[in-house]
Design a protein around this ligand. Structure first.
Ligand code: BES
Ligand code: MN
Ligand code: ZN
Length: 494
C-alpha cells in the first residue's frame, strides 16, 4: 500500500473511500469532517442522532454517496473524546482499512484521526494512523497453491488536511509509522513461517542479508566451537545446526555505552526429552519471536540513525528429542564457566539466553534487554493483554514500560524476589535450570537469567502470551503479532 500526505480539503476529494472519525456520545462530527462538507456533515449528524453511528471505538459505518467525488464515506468511531489516545487512533485506522479491503476500495483518503484534538501531537497521530493501517492489513499468505480469486489489495492511503501548517509534521509521522509498521510486519512473517523453512541456518542467512543492506557488522558463529555449552546442550538433540548471530550498529562511535538486544531464537520447541504434549505444539514454531523482534529492530537502525551503539544478539536452535539430546539430570558447562544442572529440557530458552548474556557482557554491553517467549506461566498470568517484564534496574524498566504503553504494547512488571533465586540452587552444579516446583515460572526464569547478568542494568521481556495469538483483534492478526518491535524502536529512537 502506497502512503502519502496531501494538502487538500475533504470536500471534492477524489477517492474510492473517504474516512472520517466521530466521537462516542457526541451529536455531530467535529473538526475537519464538520468543517469540510456541509452535506456530509448533515448526513453524519442525522445518523449520529438516530444512533446508527455510535462513535464506539473502531465501529465503522460505510455511507454510499452517489454523485460526490468520493464513492463512499467510512465513518469510524474514535471512542470517548476524553479517552482518546494513540492506541484508539490505531484501532480506528485499522477498522477503516479493513472496511476498505472488504468494500474493494483501491484508494482511501483519510483525515488524520485524532489530530484535531489538542491531546495528541500531529506527528504522533499521523504515525498512529499509518501504523494502524499497515499493521491492520497484515496477513500471512502461506503456501496454499490453490487459492480462490486473487486477493484484493488496497493500493493507496492518502492522509489529507486543509491546514498547510500540519503537512510537514504529518509527513514525518507517516514516514516513521510506515517503516516501523513494515518492520513489525516483517517480524510477524518470520514468526509465522513454519519451522521446517525457518531453520536456524535460514534465519541466519536472512539476518546476514539484512545486515548487508543496512551496513551492520554481522557475524554468525558456531556455538559449539565458541564454547557456548548451554546453547549447545539444547542444540545437540537436533539435526539442524545451531547458529549464534550478532549484528552491530554503531550510532555513537567512541562512546563506551552499548545496549545489547538479545532475542530468543528457538525455531521449534518440542520440549526435548521433557517432551511437550502434542496439543497446540505447532504453535512452538513461534518460539523464535524474540529473535524476529530483535532482527526487526536492527533492520531499522540504519534508517533511523539513533545516536546509540546497539549489539543485536540472536542465539538460534531447535529444541528436539533424540539420542543426542540432553537429558534431565545432565550437568553442562555454560560460556560463563558456571555449571548448570538441567532438570527440565523444556526450560531451554533460559539456557540459550544465558550464553547470549555472557557473550554480551564479554563484548562490552553496558545495558541488556532480552526478549523471549520464555514461560507458559507468563501467558497464564497475563494472557495476551500484556508482556511480562522483570529486571534489575527500575529506571530502565520504568522507561520501557512507559514506552510500551505509548506504543499500545502493554508491559506488566512481575517480581524478582530472592526466593526465586534461592529455589534454583542445585546439589550437583552451580545452579539448576528450573526450581522443579512448577511455581512462578516467569519469575523463576528471570531469576535464572539474573545469575548470568550480574549487575549490568538489564530488562527481561517475557512475550510468551503476547507474541502469538489464537485469534486476531483490532490491528493484531491471528498468529504472530510482532511484539515488541514498536516499543524497542521507540525506546532506541527517544
Ligand atoms: N517456549 C516455551 C514457553 C511458551 C509456552 C511460550 C507457551 C509460548 C507459549 C518455553 O521454552 C517453555 O517450555 N517453558 C516452560 C518452562 C518450565 C519447564 C519451567 C513452561 O513454561 O512450561
Ligand atoms: Mn521449552
Ligand atoms: Zn521455548
Amino acid at each position: 500500500m502506497k502512503i502519502s500526505v496531501e494538502h487538500r480539503s475533504l470536500a471534492g476529494c477524489q477517492c474510492d473511500l473517504l474516512a472520517v472519525g466521530v466521537f462516542e456520545g457526541e451529536k455531530r462530527p467535529s473538526g475537519a469532517a464538520a468543517a469540510a462538507d456541509k452535506e456530509l456533515n448533515g448526513l453524519i449528524s442525522r445518523l449520529m442522532r438516530d444512533g446508527e453511528i455510535t462513535g464506539k471505538l473502531a465501529a465503522t459505518t460505510v455511507i454510499h454517496c452517489g454523485d460526490g467525488k468520493a464513492g463512499k464515506v467510512a465513518v469510524a468511531g474514535l471512542g470517548r473524546r476524553d479517552k482518546l489516545d494513540l492506541e484508539a487512533v490505531r484501532a480506528a485506522a485499522a477498522a477503516i482499512i479493513k472496511r476498505a479491503k472488504e468494500t474493494k476500495a483501491r484508494t482511501v483518503a483519510s483525515i488524520v484521526l485524532g489530530s484535531g484534538c489538542d491531546c495528541l501531537v500531529p506527528e504522533a497521530a499521523a504515525k498512529a494512523v499509518v501504523e494502524g493501517s499497515v499493521l491492520g492489513l497484515y496477513e500471512f499468505t502461506g503456501y496454499a497453491k490453490e487459492k480462490e480469486a486473487p486477493e484484493f489489495k488496497v493500493g493507496q492511503l492518502v492522509l489529507i488536511d486543509k491546514d498547510a501548517k500540519k503537512i510537514g509534521a504529518f509527513t514525518r509521522g507517516a514516514r516513521l509509522g510506515l517503516i516501523i509498521a513494515e518492520a513489525e510486519n516483517h517480524a510477524r512473517d518470520l514468526v509465522n513461517e513454519p519451522s521446517n523453512r525457518m531453520t536456524p541456518a535460514a534465519f541466519a542467512q536472512l539476518a546476514q542479508r539484512i545486515a548487508k543492506i543496512n551496513g551492520l557488522k554481522f557475524a554468525s558463529l558456531d556455538p559449539k566451537a565458541a564454547g557456548m555449552g548451554a546453547l549447545w546442550s539444547v542444540a545437540k538433540g537436533s539435526d539442524q545446526p545451531p547458529r549464534f548471530v550478532t549484528l552491530e550498529y554503531r550510532g555513537k562511535p567512541g562512546a563506551k555505552e552499548k545496549l545489547a538486544l538479545i532475542g530468543k531464537g528457538i525455531t521449534f520447541d518440542s520440549g526435548g526429552i521433557s517432551l511437550k504434549p502434542s496439543k497446540n505444539m505447532e504453535e512452538m514454531k513461534s518460539d523464535m519471536a524474540g529473535a524476529a523482534a530483535v532482527l526487526g529492530v536492527m533492520s531499522l537502525l540504519a534508517d533511523l540513525k539513533p545516536k546509540k551503539n546497539v549489539l543485536g544478539i540472536i542465539p538460534l536452535t531447535e529444541n528436539m528429542p533424540s539420542g543426542h539430546a540432553s537429558k534431565p539430570g545432565d550437568v553442562i558447562d555454560s560460556l560463563s564457566g558456571c555449571t548448570i544442572e538441567i532438570t527440565n529440557t523444556d526450560a531451554e530458552g533460559r539456557l540459550i539466553l544465558a550464553d547470549a548474556i555472557t557473550y554480551a557482557k564479554k563484548h562490552g554491553a553496558t545495558r541488556i534487554i532480552d526478549v523471549a517467549t520464555l514461560t507458559g506461566g507468563c501467558s497464564t498470568a497475563l494472557g495476551d493483554a500484556a508482556t511480562g517484564i522483570m529486571g534489575n534496574d527500575q529506571v530502565l524498566l520504568d522507561e520501557i514500560i512507559k514506552t510500551g504503553n505509548r506504543c499500545g504494547q502493554r508491559m506488566w512488571q512481575l517480581p524478582l524476589y530472592d526466593e526465586y533465586k534461592e529455589a534454583l540452587k542445585s546439589k550437583v552444579a552451580d545452579l539448576k535450570n528450573t526450581s522443579g516446583t512448577g511455581k512462578a515460572s516467569p519469575s523463576s526464569g528471570a531469576a535464572f537469567l539474573a545469575k548470568f547478568v550480574g549487575d549490568t542494568p538489564w530488562a527481561h521481556l517475557d512475550i510468551a502470551g503476547t507474541a502469538f495469538l489464537d485469534k486476531g483483534r483490532g490491528y493484531l492478526p491471528e498468529g504472530a503479532t510482532g511484539v515488541p518491535v514498536r516499543t524497542l524502536i521507540e525506546f532506541l529512537n527517544a
